[in-house]
Design a binder for this molecule. Sequence first.
Ligand code: HEC
Ligand code: HEC
Length: 315
Amino acid sequence: MIRKILKWTLIVVLIIIAGVTLTTIFRQHLKYDAPYPNIKASTDTAIIARGKHLVVGPAHCIDCHSPLPNKDSLLNHGQEVLPVGGFAFDLPFGKFYTRNLTPDKETGIGNMTDGEIARVLRYGVKKNGEAVLPFMPFQDLSDEDLTAIISYLRSVKPVKNKVPDHNYNLVGNLIKAFMIKPVGPSTKPPIAVRADTTVAYGKHMVMAVANCNECHTKRDGIGNFVGAPLAGGTVFEEKGHPTLISPNLTPDPTGRITNWSQESFIKRFRLGKLIPYSHMPWEAFGRMTDTELIAIYKYLKTVKPAKTEIPKKDS
Ligand code: HEC
Ligand code: HEC
């Protein structure tokens, strides 16, 4: 009797394992549908310059899409650093490589249309229909931002750089099969947001372009926002480095910048990274204009004051 039960339990377990394995394999290349934004690259030099500013500054694409360890010092000395891709993220679920964003036809974005590039950023769906990995929360960029960024990418020298394919481990395969889905804009994306020192532009920078919100608002294990907006508390742990917690940016008495003047806020950004292993792209943000930083400062002053919930340590 016992042997019979054991035998059937084993068979059921094997069937479940086979089922999950097959479903996981089957779901590795799920296809999604999303519209192509009506974005056309321009050759206007002012638009290209704006795009370059976004790519190496507030939108910090270059931070991930260039593998050069000295990219910031090159950029800060007026040298060109191209987004040739190949920067690797070595994560617990696999190794992932950023793509070549120069116009090379074989290895870059030369064989993607403007609409295909815009769709990845706004709707999270790649040219081949698969969901893009959630590294790029740029879904709320305006049409004008997307136009500028794509115009700049089209204008740079094509560089042949074949980036390795991603390497998923078992956990990665499971995550890809069951958790990665395309993410779209939170509201109808704006056509344009005027670049001035207003709270409206500051909000656009914080929530859509520079993504301060992504790190300074607490999220749960699968990425949903759970903390008070911009109240900090996100834990950054990396092997070999002390833990960092993103500070509270709201105007609460316990907020990090509550007593900072606008001048000291701007000065802090011009200083760049002070903690070498900080995840915040300080150098790219240091290339923001005074106008952008003033707008961000003003917007942060309007956010609802909240206390940081410092995560409790287990044990
Ligand atoms: C935090 C790191 C990071 C930042 C910042 C970043 N990217 Fe990416 N990007 C990635 C990774 C990783 C991939 C590979 C994703 C995948 O294959 O699913 C990628 C892929 C892409 C792709 C190719 C998608 C495809 O169809 O295969 C494009 C286009 C792109 N990024 C554009 C941009 C632009 C433009 C910016 C700035 C507005 C940007 N990225 C900022 C990490 C980043
Ligand atoms: C990729 C994650 C990430 C992003 C994006 C990010 N931050 Fe941070 N930020 C951190 C972390 C981690 C720290 C703590 C370590 C440090 O000070 O560098 C921090 C620290 C700060 C500090 C305190 C610095 C000090 O010296 O006391 C300020 C101010 C700040 N961030 C503002 C911003 C603003 C404004 C934005 C958007 C323009 C932003 N952050 C985007 C992760 C991030």
